[in-house]
Design a protein around this ligand. Structure first.
Ligand SMILES: N[C@@H](CCC(=O)N[C@@H](CS)C(=O)NCC(=O)O)C(=O)O
Length: 175
């Protein structure tokens, strides 16, 4: 279904689609409520800003931490991993600050921005909480204790309709 062999991929009747953003856009066109990409120009702008900031400033540092953890080479790459961890923390602090004063990343309603950022942070929390990673003191174990605003946001996301059906079972070990 996806020539790149990656998830997510969606099949709806004759339409087969991959790439998360494309799928979210398709779903919003098909089911306009609840709006995923905002209802006003200001809301859309905020949502796309959060998606872009995550893509350009958070994802690479997070991958710099989690790829060696998941696929090996951690010992040889420790200096790079620590630099990535520091860069990721700057962005996580930024996101945490936003979520300390509002319920959702782009304002008062859940949006595509929350869908986009949540799995990136979930992956980091899952890897950072692993028993073999904790002794490295990267600062991503006990994620919820370190970032209480993110913990509350996570709990709000978990209450959304359809969350349980979409949840990868192996993430259940996440902190
Ligand atoms: N740009 C793609 C990224 C897709 C992607 O990297 N998916 C990962 C899981 S989050 C995957 O399927 N990895 C398995 C692999 O690469 O073999 C999107 O947004 O959908």
């Amino acid at each position: 279904m996806n020539p790149r062999g990656k998830v997510p991929v969606m099949k709806d009747g004759d339409v087969t689609l991959y790439e998360t953003i494309a799928i979210m856009q398709y779903l919003e066109k098909k089911h306009p409520e609840p709006a995923l990409f905002g209802r006003t120009p200001a809301e859309s702008g905020q949502i796309w800003r959060q998606i872009s900031e995550c893509t350009y400033y958070l994802e690479q540092p997070v991958f710099g931490v989690v790829v060696p953890i998941l696929f090996g080479g951690l010992d040889q790459k420790m200096a790079e991993v620590r630099a990535s961890a520091d860069a990721a923390k700057v962005e996580i602090d930024r996101i945490s600050k936003i979520l300390s004063s509002q319920d959702w990343l782009a304002g008062s309603a859940p949006s595509a921005a929350d869908c986009w950022v949540y799995p990136v942070l979930g992956l980091l929390a899952r890897c950072g909480g692993r028993d073999d990673v904790k002794p490295l003191n990267l600062g991503f174990d006990e994620f919820g204790r370190r970032y209480p605003a993110l913990k509350q946001w996570k709990e709000r996301i978990e209450k959304q309709t359809g969350y349980d059906r979409a949840f990868p079972p192996h993430w259940k070990q996440a902190a």
